[in-house]
Design a protein. Structure first.
Length: 276
C-alpha cells in the first residue's frame, strides 16, 4: 500500500535533476513538433488495424526479431496472468510509428519483442515495458534477472495499474528486486517530462469510466542510489494506463487531448531511456 514499506519513504516530490539528453546521446532529436497533430498524423492508418474485442485483441505473442541496431520495443512477459499483454501489440506498434515520425530514432513498428525478466535476451534491449504489475508475482529467477537488468543501466517502464491492492502487489515485488530502493513521487519538474516534449501537466485521467469518475494519473520513479539527481531506473505510471490511450488512438474512443498527452509521455520515456 502507498505510504508503507522501504520503497515508499514518503513519496518525495522531485525537482531538478540532470539534463534530459546525455552527452553521448544515441538519439538525434528533431526540432519543434506540432503537438496538436499527434493523433491526426496517425489516425487513419490505426483505424484500419482493428483486431477483435477488448481487452486482448491481438495475437498471444508475435515472433521475436533479432536485434539489428535500430530500436525495438521489448515487453515483459510473466506467467501468472495475461495482463502482461494488455494493449499488445498495437500499443508498441502505434508508439513506434509516432517515434519514427517525430524523431530520428530508427525503428520498425512491425518489430516488437516479448521476453521474461530471466531471459538473457532481454539484456539486448535498453528499455523494457511492464504492463499490469498489480498481478505480477515474479519468480526468484525473474527477481534476479530484473535486478541485474537494471544494474546494467537499463530502463523499466511500468504502466496500467490502479488502486491500493494493485499497488501493494507491485510494491512487494519491487521490494524483492531492490530491497533498499525508494519510490519517489515525480512532479512536473523532473527531467523526464522535458526530454523531448515539454509536458506541461501531469493531470491526465485514467482512460474510460474510472477517469470520468475522477481517477487521475500519478507518476513515481526509482532512482539510482536513491539519489534524485542520478539516473531514473524505473518509471511508474500509477492510476493511469498510457498504453491503452496509445493502443486505441486511431479510433477516437478516448479524448484526443488525453491521447496526445499519452503519446508525449511515451515518446519522452523512450528518449530518456535511450539517452540516460
Amino acid at each position: 500500500m502507498i505510504g508503507s514499506g522501504v520503497l515508499d519513504s514518503g513519496h518525495e516530490h522531485i525537482a531538478g535533476g540532470e539534463t534530459a539528453v546525455g552527452s553521448a546521446a544515441r538519439v538525434k532529436l528533431m526540432g519543434v513538433i506540432a503537438v496538436a497533430s499527434l493523433v491526426a498524423v496517425f489516425a487513419a492508418g490505426a483505424a484500419a488495424q482493428r483486431r477483435g474485442s477488448f481487452p486482448f485483441r491481438g495475437p498471444d505473442q508475435m515472433p521475436n526479431v533479432k536485434v539489428d541496431g535500430g530500436f525495438t520495443f521489448a515487453r515483459v512477459r510473466y506467467a501468472e496472468y495475461r495482463g502482461w499483454r494488455a494493449d499488445y501489440p498495437m500499443m508498441e506498434q502505434n508508439l513506434a510509428t509516432m517515434l519514427r515520425e517525430m524523431t530520428t530514432v530508427q525503428t520498425d513498428p512491425s518489430r516488437t519483442n516479448v521476453h521474461a525478466f530471466d531471459d538473457p535476451e532481454l539484456n539486448l534491449f535498453p528499455i523494457a515495458y511492464l504492463s499490469e504489475p498489480g498481478y505480477w508475482y515474479p519468480t526468484e529467477s525473474e527477481v534476479l534477472g530484473l535486478r541485474q537488468y537494471l544494474a546494467r543501466g537499463a530502463f523499466l517502464i511500468v504502466d496500467d495499474f490502479h488502486f491500493p491492492r494493485e499497488w501493494a502487489v507491485f510494491e512487494t515485488a519491487m521490494r524483492r528486486v531492490l530491497p533498499d530502493a525508494r519510490i519517489d513521487r515525480l512532479d512536473i519538474s523532473h527531467p523526464i517530462f522535458d526530454t523531448f516534449f515539454h509536458i506541461k501537466t501531469l493531470a491526465v485521467p485514467y482512460p474510460g469510466r474510472l477517469g470520468e469518475r475522477g481517477l487521475m494519473g500519478e507518476f513515481y520513479g526509482i532512482h539510482e542510489d536513491n539519489d534524485v539527481t542520478k539516473r531514473l531506473m524505473v518509471m511508474i505510471n500509477y492510476n493511469i494506463d498510457i498504453g491503452d490511450y496509445i493502443e486505441w488512438s486511431g479510433e477516437d474512443i478516448y479524448a484526443r487531448a488525453s491521447t496526445n498527452e499519452a503519446y508525449k509521455f511515451g515518446i519522452n520515456y523512450i528518449i530518456y531511456g535511450l539517452t540516460h
